[in-house]
Write a protein that binds this ligand. Structure first.
Ligand SMILES: Nc1nc2c(ncn2[C@@H]2O[C@H](COP(=O)(O)OP(=O)(O)OP(=O)(O)O)[C@@H](O)[C@H]2O)c(=O)[nH]1
Ligand SMILES: [Mg+2]
Length: 216
């Protein structure tokens, strides 16, 4: 009887928990985004100190009305990217953060002869392709964030959509059909962050049959 009551109590009081993986090149703004999400949803103070490059991982859980989001922020430096794969099989959505000021001004040109500087667009493209072509990320929702929108030298979101995301999806390593969206944010100022979290919330729920939550 005790065990039955305990189970009933657990199911009545528990919520679904989904894991979200923040990926992107070094300096994209992942750790800043995690801090901002924590301060918006958990009422923690906004970080006073600047971030340092992440070696290893940061994790935080935010409580929404109907679920917990457990958010993993991992280091984006080249040497650390091989560790990302160990998170793929347990994550319910991937948020790929792009530094919108560091992808160059040749988004439509394909990098051919005579093309202008391309910034880190090509590195971003190869990295995103590698994530999406991994079998464990198949059909997992993908949110691409065009970050640093507060800066004047940031490219327009549509250019990241066309020049990066569409190219990856149309390529051979695009990873098949999945829910995806590109949204502008400023992780530093918090602009667009609630909209990004809301998109993730709705998409992990939608994909629940594909990859189920953990009950907490
Ligand atoms: N202007 C502006 N700067 C930002 C924004 N987001 C992050 N930054 C800055 O970009 C730099 C890198 O931010 P991080 O959050 O540490 O980047 P990261 O993706 O975690 O980098 P790694 O840990 O090396 O993978 C820091 O100086 C941040 O203050 C933003 O929205 N606007
Ligand atoms: Mg970091």
């Amino acid at each position: 009887m005790y065990h039955l009551a305990k189970s009933v109590y657990f199911w009545a009081t528990s919520k679904e928990e989904y894991s979200i993986l923040l990926l992107g090149l070094d300096n994209a703004g992942k750790t800043t985004l995690l801090s901002t999400i924590k301060s918006l949803y958990n009422d923690t103070p906004a970080p006073a100190k600047p971030t340092v490059p992440t070696v290893g991982q940061n994790v935080a859980t935010v409580s929404l009305d109907d679920m917990y989001l457990k958010i993993w922020d991992v280091g984006g430096q080249h040497a650390l990217r091989s560790m990302w794969t160990s998170y793929y099989s347990v994550c319910h959505a991937i948020v790929f953060v792009v530094d919108g000021c560091d992808i160059g001004d040749d988004l439509g040109g394909g990098g051919g002869e005579g093309a202008g500087p391309v910034g880190r667009l090509e590195e971003c493209r190869r990295t995103l392709e590698s994530v999406l072509s991994h079998p464990s990320t198949a059909s997992i929702p993908l949110l691409v964030l065009a970050n640093k929108q507060d800066r004047e030298d940031c490219v327009e979101t549509v250019r990241i959509k066309e020049g990066l995301v569409r190219r990856v999806f149309e390529g051979e390593r695009g990873g098949g059909v999945r829910d995806s969206r590109v949204l502008p944010v400023s992780a530093l100022k918090g602009e667009g962050v609630r909209e990004a979290v809301e998109w993730v919330r709705s998409r992990v729920r939608w994909n629940k049959e594909g990859r189920g939550p953990v009950m907490r």
